[in-house]
Ligand binder design. Structure first.
Ligand SMILES: NC(=O)c1ccc[n+]([C@@H]2O[C@H](COP(=O)([O-])OP(=O)(O)OC[C@H]3O[C@@H](n4cnc5c(N)ncnc54)[C@H](OP(=O)(O)O)[C@@H]3O)[C@@H](O)[C@H]2O)c1
Length: 198
């Protein structure tokens, strides 16, 4: 994701629980980008300068991660890409979805928009690989629009896929994509919307 965003010149800040790890990842990515800026910091520091904050951690760490950032996200837009999975199988968490869990924790401090759940890391790393469509959901229309504009810059089509209550469907779909990858020996199954804008 960092590579795809940096390619069109978006400044990317990678956060980690360990700032040395963030810096090492940044050093490994720099030779792969022609332009743009990539920096690495500890999570708390990383969000300070950000306009968009992408939450992309395993579901087990999701609630604690969002709670740990609470108080620092005002005037930012949170993009939640987390898929609740148990041994590769999707499940619906108590809040209804990871997205709604983040909303509950943040309590209106920042809009939370669900996106990127169905885009594979393998597809993102291969700049020549075409990406699937990105279904974007959330309850804040202006934030959703901003997120859709940002994601278009990585070369994916985006669709406004409705309110946050649709989050569990879009998150869960990734469990189906993981199954398809295993079944058909692929690494980047994704979704494509047909019948709109054709
Ligand atoms: N991989 C994909 O293709 C893909 C596609 C769509 C959606 N997703 C979703 O995106 C999220 C991240 O996926 P991923 O494949 O990038 O996972 P990952 O490689 O296992 O984790 C990403 C990073 O999260 C941090 N992390 C790990 N456990 C954590 C915890 N308990 N608390 C806080 N941070 C933790 C680690 O960074 P540090 O050690 O540096 O802190 C790790 O490098 C998941 O929810 C996944 O379902 C993944």
């Amino acid at each position: 994701m960092a590579l795809r965003l940096a390619a069109p010149g978006v400044k990317v800040i990678i956060g980690s629980r360990d700032p040395a790890k963030a810096r090492a990842v940044v050093d490994s990515l720099r030779p792969k980008i022609n332009q743009g800026v990539i920096e690495g910091y500890a999570n708390q520091e990383a969000v300070q300068q950000a306009e968009f904050v992408v939450i992309a951690v395993p579901y087990e760490g999701h609630a604690a991660m969002v709670a740990g950032l609470k108080g620092q996200l005002r005037d930012k837009t949170v993009i939640d890409a987390v898929v609740p999975l148990n041994k590769g199988r999707p499940f619906v968490p108590p809040a209804g979805s990871a997205l709604q869990e983040a909303q509950e924790i943040l309590g209106g401090e920042a809009p939370v928009i669900g996106a990127l759940h169905n885009i594979s890391a393998v597809g993102l790393q291969d700049a020549a690989s075409s990406l699937g469509d990105v279904l974007v959901c959330g309850d804040d229309a202006a934030a959703k629009k901003k997120v859709m504009e940002l994601i278009k810059r990585i070369g994916a089509r985006t669709f406004d896929a409705g309110p946050a209550s649709h989050g569990y469907v879009i998150e869960g779909l990734t469990g189906v994509l993981i199954y398809l990858n295993r079944k058909y020996k692929s690494k980047h199954a994704s979704v494509r919307v047909t019948g709109i804008g054709e």
